[in-house]
Design a protein around this ligand. Structure first.
Ligand SMILES: [Zn+2]
Length: 296
């Protein structure tokens, strides 16, 4: 009886050694550690039932995790992340989501949305989101003799202008609110002057112009010569505009996101809170700000 027990213990012990060594070999193979002597280890481990089971359990767990993460997303959005991620293996998951949320997986001016909530602020008007043709802000006021902006934009701009003047800078206004019909004319003229492709980087198609919000301004430095982007007025504005709720809407090196070439003269009133957050968090474009704060 004692002998039988001893034999059983021996057999069990041998089994344990076998299992342990098989597990170690399997995990080594799984981690793809390429040891030169490993070919000898290519035992048909995956055929052993309990390993297959483990693999199944692991796959299931992974699937469940992915499902949880995607549960709150629409099927369309999920699909877009997947497709865009496959097309851009160089991007990490977060960047893929951010870019898809901006809409960058689709060409500009395709699948565009009409903005219905025009009462919200700030409004994101770009090559994916356009204003209704008949939209006119209900609180337009004169900023100077010829230019109109919303009442809030005027209050903020006046403060910005006072601060600039106290430092010896003069901000001139080239354009402010632009209605739908005028946008049509401006765009057509720009296409005539350049090409459609070049015009699209400079001017908006009708309905897609931020100038229709009454919160956008094109400014310049009337007392300085040369390019605005090299003027002292611009350098001051670039550093201080956020304190008054203004952002540089089409910054340098962001054409892929905004669709517009660098435009140092185009500033937009987005409110002090948004401008401050963008400044503090280093968010360069309103597109990225909206995508980061998007509710799924
Ligand atoms: Zn502009």
């Amino acid at each position: 009886m004692k002998e039988i027990l001893q034999k059983i213990i021996l057999v069990l012990f041998a089994c344990i050694i076998l299992v342990v060594s098989a597990t170690v070999s399997y995990s080594l193979l799984n981690k793809k550690i390429s040891l030169p002597s490993l070919p000898a280890l290519s035992i048909d481990i995956p055929k052993i039932p309990w390993f297959d089971k483990n693999e199944e359990v692991l796959t299931k767990e992974k699937e469940d995790e992915t499902k949880d993460a995607y549960q709150s997303l629409s099927d369309d959005r999920k699909k877009r992340y997947e497709v865009y991620g496959k097309l851009h293996p160089e991007l990490d998951e977060e960047t893929v989501k951010l870019q898809v949320n901006i809409g960058l997986d689709r060409p500009f001016y395709e699948n565009t949305k009409e903005i219905t909530d025009t009462a919200s602020f700030p409004i994101l008007v770009n090559k994916y989101n356009h204003l209704p043709e008949n939209y006119i802000p209900n609180n337009l006021v004169l900023l100077d003799e010829t230019h109109q902006v919303t009442a809030e934009t005027k209050v903020a701009f006046d403060l910005l202008n006072q601060a600039a003047q106290s430092k010896g800078y003069t901000i001139g206004i080239e354009a402010a609110y632009v209605g739908f019909e005028e946008q049509k004319t401006i765009y057509a003229e720009t296409v005539k002057q350049f090409s459609t492709e070049a015009a699209d980087k400079r001017k908006a198609r009708a309905g897609y112009s931020e100038h229709q919000t009454g919160c956008a301004l094109d400014v310049y430095a009337p007392k300085e010569n040369g390019y605005f982007e090299y003027s002292d007025t611009f350098l001051w504005l670039k550093d201080n505009g956020w304190q008054y709720g203004f952002i540089l809407r089409y910054p340098a090196n962001k054409t892929a996101i905004t669709g517009y070439q660098y435009n140092p003269g185009h500033i937009t009133y987005v409110g002090e809170d948004v401008a401050r957050r963008m400044h503090e968090e280093g968010i360069a474009t309103l597109e990225e700000y909206f995508a980061m704060n998007m509710k799924e």
